[in-house]
Design a protein around this ligand. Sequence first.
Ligand SMILES: Nc1ncnc2c1ncn2[C@@H]1O[C@H](COP(=O)(O)OP(=O)(O)OP(=O)(O)O)[C@@H](O)[C@H]1O
Ligand SMILES: [Mg+2]
Length: 230
Amino acid sequence: MLFGPPGTGKTTFARAVASRLDWPFVELFPSRLSDTPGGLAAALRTSFEVVGHLEHAVVFIDEVEEIASRRGGIPPSPTQGVTNELLKLVADFRDHSGRLLICATNFVRALDAAFLRHGRFDYVIPIGLPDPEARAAIWQRYIPASVVPSIDLGVLVAASDGFTPADIEYAARKASQEALARALRTGDEPSPGEELTTNDYLAALAGTRATVSEATVVEFLDDITKIARL
Ligand SMILES: Nc1ncnc2c1ncn2[C@@H]1O[C@H](COP(=O)(O)OP(=O)(O)OP(=O)(O)O)[C@@H](O)[C@H]1O
Ligand SMILES: [Mg+2]
């Protein structure tokens, strides 16, 4: 179970695990399954049956809180039957080797306690904001290789504290677009090392709002102490 604020890389991580294992990646979309006749619980059962025919598979369910939120209440929540079904499916799934189930959520505290109990998921892993080392790697991925040598990476890493990978990706693209627009405006061929500068990235970053608020970070840290299991 992966949990954390939006844009921190949960889906990317799940895909990377499948790619490392060289197993097929099967993503189930709760919102799409609910449209099938027979309802969500039946659709989930069918999907897991189909996956059962694969020799290996990483099954990924994003936004799992939609189908595994806290049960109970009067009247019972409409998703209660679905949550029960999913609990059964997870138990069966665990009985077979060669398969990995990864779920992701932005709202781990909304999940049914039974779902997070020992024996259901081996790991409940927080995916938070990137640390300086991770930010350096993310910047290098989104800055064109020809430009990287002339960029002061340390400055960008420091300025992007509190930003998600998605925020950094957005700022990097914006800087590229601005630089292109500038080159088209002036009509001059930029000299090497001048196409995109550290300041271009800083300007783009200044115009990018961090997705994750401080309040969300506080909640996330609380979730880590109460719910994470590594
Ligand atoms: N380790 C990484 N290196 C580079 N880019 C990354 C990394 N992790 C995530 N990203 C980029 O950040 C963006 C958001 O990542 P992703 O969709 O995995 O986040 P998420 O946690 O699943 O978000 P959500 O909670 O909204 O589903 C993607 O465009 C992805 O390419
Ligand atoms: Mg995602």
